[in-house]
Design a protein. Structure first.
Lengths: 257, 465
């Protein structure tokens, strides 16, 4: 068997497996980051739509879910033109003016406050299946394999993209282990020190996040520092500031300076 | 000229009467206490009383200025009989400080007469009104004052005397008025009452020969009855935003389930689907004999046209989703944020119904706000170098954070128009700072009050991100 034919064979098998996994759905669209250094690692050249993605903070952010909510608001904003957006909460502390400041049309966002974890999953699933919904964000402690698989099926039957924010209930115990997940991608989000354009400006620059792609189905992993574009008409929601070799987000970063 | 409008029992015992000149009454009883008449207040109190009386019967009508009529057909057995029901009603009124007289009779006119001129708490058996009424004065027939005075001039004081007069003569002199009143009192003429809750035309019921109780029967019945009402709604081009399904049990109690829609609709299948999860906890008791469905907030709803370009109309996607969620979780758990013109951060956002008419207003992006706003600001220990400086370090939830970058202050004062003048002061000023710690985490903190005042200012954390 020549190298070329083996390559073809592997490629065709990949397509077959892909089709099996997606129940024969056509190739998914993707939300590109606009930078090859991120997009190249993701299958389809960006954050796949009609899938669900998992985002987790670190440390206190796992409880307050502030930095990850900001990042997700940024990612959801381009989807606003495609349909309705639903945000499923456990605690009603989302501040719409803050989301609007990140470019999300927050006055159109449908907010749902669920009573428990299971209900978050049920509402997310219901919303993902609904035609006319473009994006569903949910805040839950964890989606186990069964719940995650159900979310994936819901994404495929509708046209919506799911975003799961891992959020520990206040006072809940820390879960050290990372369990298996059915998400298309799993990200770890931490805030990163911002840098205003003027060097002597003591104020805050555009928000920055340290983004680590921990797991990516059909892709590779990586870590970056990204920044929100200040301009509203930017083609992409985020701008790559630096690529990180160091994958450990827990240690403070000297690189960003 | 001031006249007495109404008198209480003690005054009546002193021979004072309504319509008497106030000066005469004062001369007779120098220590008389009077209050100005308040017909509007009386009417409001009567309306409230009518509403309260719904606990006895759903059909209550106000009888201005000082009475009310209740249709108790078929409800007295719930109270152990008509007499005990009457006692219960009067005892409850007395405990609220409302003196009252009441009677039960087969016609409105007889009950009116007996309550005002008969023995208090008379319960006239069916057909016994004719025996109880004759000795009452003619005023008990709800006559016009002029007619009553004319009858008195003719020497006719009691109902029996009036009843003995030849009817044509009475009719010639007084018109049909007096005879109608007499007939109404004796139950010979019909009388219409304006009950305070008009029956809705959008109501349907299903009765069963055999009581039902199986869950699948309830589900089927709720589908059938919804279809029936929605067909009628559709025929008249109407839709309703609220449906009330009641299962009436054999023991007289009702299990009621309510479904609300964000937009008026008449899709029977969708409405039945919203009812389905609510039927699980319906307790059928010994069986359900009647099911009723009432539609509320009915308004003209045009037939919808499907979109040609294949787009999904909200009516097919999001609106049913909102309805499902609002009925399952509660209406207050599904909302859209709306901008409210206030600079106070807590008040800048209001909850709107997901499909409330849009007020295309958004928040100003000139002033950055956090992504998360704590419902109550949390106290932090902060240290600043100078009075107007942001803190260089603060402690929140047991963690010390070093401030690397800061923006501010943004001074927010209270809304002065909400307080009486004189109470406004620097104590209610908040200086907000956006700060970023070493790791890049962002906080929205504020100092309440100013330095140099009597109270040392305190630092609070209000938002994150």
């Amino acid at each position: 068997m020549t190298a070329a034919s083996r390559h073809d064979r592997i490629a065709s098998l990949r397509v077959e497996i892909d089709a099996l996994e997606r129940l024969g759905a056509p190739r998914r669209e993707a939300l590109a980051f606009g930078d090859k250094r991120i997009d190249a690692l993701l299958p389809g050249g960006g954050l796949a739509l009609s899938c669900w993605h998992e985002f987790a903070g670190a440390g206190l952010d796992l409880e307050t879910c502030a930095a990850s909510a900001g990042l997700v608001a940024r990612l959801v904003a381009p989807l606003a033109d495609r349909g309705e957006m639903v945000w499923v909460l456990r605690r009603d502390d989302l501040h719409a003016p803050g989301l609007a400041g990140l470019g999300l049309p927050a006055e159109r966002l449908i907010q749902v406050c669920a009573r428990d974890e299971a209900e978050v999953m049920a509402v997310m699933e219901d919303a993902l299946r609904t035609p006319g919904v473009a994006a569903v964000v949910g805040e839950a402690d964890e989606a186990d394999l069964v719940a995650g698989r159900r979310l994936q099926l819901a994404c495929e039957s509708g046209a919506a993209t799911g975003f799961l924010l891992r959020r520990r209930p206040f006072g809940g115990s820390a879960r050290a282990r990372v369990s298996a997940s059915a998400a298309a991608t799993r990200w770890r989000v931490a805030p990163a020190p911002s840098a205003p354009t003027a060097a002597d400006d003591p104020g805050l620059g555009p928000a920055r996040w340290q983004l680590e792609l921990e797991r990516c189905r059909g892709g590779r992993t990586g870590a970056w520092i990204v920044e929100a574009w200040e301009e509203d008409d930017a083609a992409y929601p985020l701008r790559l500031v630096a690529e990180l070799g160091d994958r450990d987000v827990a240690t403070p970063l000297r690189l960003a300076g | 000229m001031r006249r007495l409008y109404a008198v209480d029992e003690a005054a009546a015992a002193l021979r004072l009467y309504a319509g008497q000149k106030a000066t005469d009454a004062m001369a007779l009883v120098p220590e008389l206490v009077t209050a100005d008449a308040d017909p509007a207040g009386d009417a409001a109190a009567l309306a409230a009383l009518v509403h309260w009386c719904v606990r006895y019967s759903p059909a209550v009508a106000a009888d201005a200025p000082d009475g009310l009529v209740m249709d108790i057909t078929g409800v007295a057995h719930l109270w152990g009989g008509e007499a005990t029901m009457l006692d219960d009603l009067l005892a409850r009124l007395a405990s609220q400080g409302i003196p009252a007289r009441a009677a039960i009779a087969g016609s409105v006119g007889a009950a009116w007469a007996l309550a005002r001129f008969g023995r208090n708490r008379t319960v006239a058996e069916t057909g016994a009104e004719a025996a109880l009424l004759p000795l009452l004065p003619v005023a008990a027939l709800r006559l016009l004052p002029a007619d009553a005075a004319q009858l008195a001039r003719l020497g006719i004081a009691r109902v029996c005397q009036l009843a003995q007069l030849p009817r044509p003569q009475v009719a010639r002199r007084f018109g049909a008025r007096v005879l109608t009143r007499l007939d109404q009192a004796l139950g010979r003429a019909k009388e219409a009452l304006a009950f305070s809750r008009p029956p809705t035309p959008w109501f349907t019921r299903l009765a069963f020969a055999e009581p039902i109780s199986a869950p699948e029967d309830l589900a089927r019945v709720s589908c059938d009855i919804t279809e029936r009402l929605c067909e009628r709604l559709g025929a008249e081009g109407q839709g309703a935003a609220r449906f009330e399904l009641a299962f009436h049990r054999l023991d007289g109690r009702a299990e009621v389930r309510v479904v609300g829609l964000s937009l008026p609709g008449r899709d029977a299948r969708a409405i039945a689907r919203l009812f389905a999860p609510m039927l699980e906890d319906v307790d059928p008791g010994f069986g359900i004999e009647v099911v009723t469905l009432a539609a509320e907030r009915v308004e003209p709803t045009p037939e919808r046209q499907s979109l040609l370009d294949g787009d999904i109309a909200p009516e097919d996607g999001v609106i049913p989703l909102i309805d499902r969620l609002a009925n399952r979780l509660g209406e207050d758990r599904v909302w859209r944020a709306g901008a409210y013109p206030s600079h106070i951060p807590e008040r800048a956002v209001v909850r709107r119904a997901p499909f409330a008419p849009d007020e295309a207003q958004s928040w100003s992006r000139a002033r950055p706000r956090p992504v998360r706003l704590l419902r109550l600001p949390e106290p932090i220990e902060a240290s600043a170098l100078l009075p107007d400086d942001p803190p260089f370090t603060f402690k929140w939830r047991g963690q010390v954070r070093r401030v690397r970058r800061a923006e501010g202050p943004e001074r927010l004062a209270e809304e002065w128009w909400r307080r009486p003048p004189g109470e406004i002061g620097p104590a209610h000023v908040r200086d907000y700072y956006r700060v970023e710690d070493d790791a890049g985490a962002r906080f929205w903190i504020f100092r309440a009050g100013l330095y140099g005042g009597e109270v040392t200012p305190k630092w609070w954390l209000h938002g994150l991100g």
